[in-house]
Every structure is written in C-alpha cells, then in structure tokens.
Design a protein around this ligand. Structure first.
Ligand code: ADP
Length: 378
C-alpha cells in the first residue's frame, strides 16, 4: 500500500469544464461505491470555484444525495470555468479548504483542462487527484471514449433524421454543423449513421467541389435528399458551404435548394444512453479504486474495451502529438523533445496511441465515403 492509500478517509468529487450527459451517473457511482468502502464523500459544487470558495459550496454526501440522478443530463454538482484556479493563489486556497475539511483526495470529472488543474493541485500541494473524462467531443487522445459522446451523437443523429424527412419531401439539401470542438468524431459517427452525402472534419482536407459534383450526379440518378455534415472545428464556413451548394448546382441547371442548421448546446443535454451509464459506472468505481490504491495524477481511460488509468502528463503529451498532425496551431507550439522525459516503453505507448487515432479517423472517413454513393447497375 502506498503512502496516499493509508491516508484516504474522505474524498471530494466535482465536475468542471463543459458538462456532458453521464456526469450524474458518474457522481452517483463514485459516491455509492466510496460509501460502500467506508469512505466519506463531499460533493463540491461549481467545479474548482466551489473548491476555492468552500463553505456553502461543499456538502457531505450520503447515499440519498445521489438518488434519482442516474438518468439525468447535466450535473447536479454544476460546472463552472474558474480562471482563478489557473493561478497559484487560487490553487493554494483550494488545497487549504481540502485540508480544513479533511478531504484527502479528489475525483474530478471533466476534460483535459480539468485534469491539468487537478495535476497542479496534486503536484503543488499534495492532494491526490483522479480524473474521469466527461466531454461529448471524444477528443482526449489517450482514451477511446469520453463520457457523454454516445448520448450527444445519438441526439445529433436523431435531429439530422428529422431534417432528412423534410429534405426528402422537398428534395432539398441540409448542411448540418455539429459539435465536437476540434475533433471530428461526432461528425463522422452521425454522418455514417444518417447516410450523409458528405462529411467535413478538421482532421482531413475537404474537397467542396468534389462533394458538390457527387451530389449533382446523385441528383441526376434520382436522389432527392442530401445531408452534408460539417464538424464545428472543420476549416470551412458551413453556412457559406450551403450557399455554395445551391449556387453551383443552380449554375449547372439542377438547383438543389440548400439550407443550413447548427446543432449547438442542445446536444449537450438529455438523459444519458445505456453506453454512457455503463461507462460512468465502470469509470466511477475504477477511479475510487485507483485513488484508494494510492495513485494520483491519473485519469480513467477506455482502451479496447478495458478501463485503465493513464498518467495525466503522458496523456497530455499524446494529445499534443496527435493534434499536431492536423492542427497547425497545436503544431506550432508542439515540441517533440518534451517526449524525451518519458522512458522508451511510454514513448512507444504514446506513438501507438497517436497511430491508432490517425487510423481510426481514416477508417471512419472511408466508411462514411463508401456508403455515401448513389449508383445503380442496370
Ligand atoms: P475542460 O475540463 O472541459 O477541458 P476547461 O479547459 O475550461 O474545460 O477547464 C476547466 C477548468 O479547469 C478551468 O476553468 C480551470 O479552473 C481549470 N484549468 C484549466 N486549465 C488549467 C491549467 N492549465 N492549470 C490549472 N487549472 C486549469
């Protein structure tokens, strides 16, 4: 048993950064399991802001405090962005509150910003922290899955299905801009699931002219409805693309009336799907186990169906390395020599994570492409 393990009698739990469906199921899993292990649980409201403010923002949780939340969207602990927590003074205040309240360790549910904050709290002031990735974007390289993705992509799919109905009736095209931050997962999954004519993501170039040409060929072959899915991070203006599709098709005497829709925060809400509730349960329990076993600076990841803990700094470097392959802003700041601090085995693990993500995007894109053709053989 490590030094931390012997010390943990009371843990705090908070949600921070962008919310996602499944966060409540994770809060419940952590609370119920920790209580079962004889560990006290403190619910911290409004993320790191609550940890800094203390007092009314922190409440002792019993089993009943997490009753009837497993199926609720949002987070009962609320979320907030807290710039103060990026400064040493703010982190120090948070650590002081933890000490005064007897909080020996923290479970933080959020994205990479949340984990970096947890890392600072742990390394500067010795409060062990374990993270659970909660973001609809599925944009954390080290994990195959982030909590909330399945619910958000199902909602996106259902909304596009509805557009498709009306597109078919009126022989229209809809360009649907979907969420995902700089990651194309929501766009790719929803495009495949709705049979979109084309999909544009940040990770790969998008040939607008080729997509329009393909749509015109499909129209000639009898196709009435067209859905084009654009990820919010893609390097193009989706609204302008809609205008271009209509203008170009009109100039070829086969005008496809095209409209634009943006599904923003509406997909961040809603009751979590089975997939998200299962992930919340597994990650919640594993996070408590990891904290109690004396670990810190890690967050729960899903890899090939297994739940494993990953070091926050390893994950952070893997993230930058992967994102530098397609995002010029990340590439500009990326310093490959930072990876030298890791041993050979860890470096190989990072490289394989990056290679897996690249291959995954290509595979999904190819799948979307392969089922978007409209051809018949006489
Ligand atoms: P997400 O966790 O979804 O990525 P943010 O990036 O907004 O969301 O991070 C959530 C919160 O985590 C921030 O408001 C801040 O309090 C804390 N945080 C983010 N980045 C850092 C950092 N580099 N150092 C310390 N705390 C951070």
């Amino acid at each position: 048993m490590s030094e931390n393990a012997a010390k943990i009698r009371k843990i705090g739990i908070l949600t921070s950064g962008g919310d996602s469906p499944g966060m409540n199921a994770a809060i419940r899993a952590v609370t119920r399991y920790a209580l079962m292990r004889g560990i006290e649980v403190m619910g911290i409201y409004e993320g790191y802001r609550g940890l800094i403010n203390g007092k009314n923002y922190i409440k002792k949780f019993n089993a009943h405090d997490v009753s009837n939340i497993i199926d609720e969207g949002g987070t009962i602990l609320y979320s907030a962005r807290c710039p103060e927590f990026k400064e040493r003074e703010g982190i120090e205040k948070a650590a002081k509150n933890c000490r005064e309240l007897g909080i020996d360790g923290l479970i933080t549910i959020g994205g990479d910003g949340t984990f970096r904050g947890a890392y600072d709290l742990s390394t500067m002031f010795g409060i062990p922290c374990i993270g659970i990735p909660g973001t609809i974007d599925n944009d954390i390289t080290a994990t195959d899955y982030t909590l909330g993705f399945d619910t958000a992509v199902n909602t996106t799919m259902q909304m596009i299905d509805r557009l498709r109905d009306t597109c078919e009736s009126h022989a229209r095209c809809y360009v649907a801009e979907v969420m995902g931050n700089n990651a194309g997962y929501i766009a790719l999954y929803s495009a495949i699931a709705v049979g979109a004519a084309a999909v544009a993501i940040k990770e790969r170039p998008f040939d607008e002219d080729a997509a329009i040409k393909k749509m015109m060929q499909s129209r000639q072959a009898g196709k009435r409805n067209f859905i084009v899915v654009v990820s919010e991070g893609a390097n193009l203006d989706a609204e302008e693309l809609a205008k271009k599709i209509q203008a170009v098709t009109a100039s070829h005497d086969m005008e496809i009336e095209t409209r634009f829709a943006r599904f923003a925060h509406v997909v961040r809400g809603g009751s979590p799907t089975l997939r998200d509730r299962m992930t919340a349960a597994k990650m919640g329990v594993a996070a408590v186990d990891l904290l109690l076993s004396g670990k810190t600076n890690m967050f729960m990841c899903e890899r090939h169906g297994e739940i494993v803990g990953t070091d926050i700094m390893v994950a952070n470097f893997a993230d930058k390395k992967y994102k530098s392959t397609f995002d010029p802003k990340v590439a500009q700041k990326f310093d490959p020599s930072e990876g030298e601090k890791f041993n050979t085995k860890v470096r190989a693990e990072i490289d394989s994570l990056v290679a897996e993500r690249i291959a995954e995007i290509d595979k999904l894109l190819a799948l979307a492409e392969n089922i978007s053709n409209y051809t018949s053989i006489e």
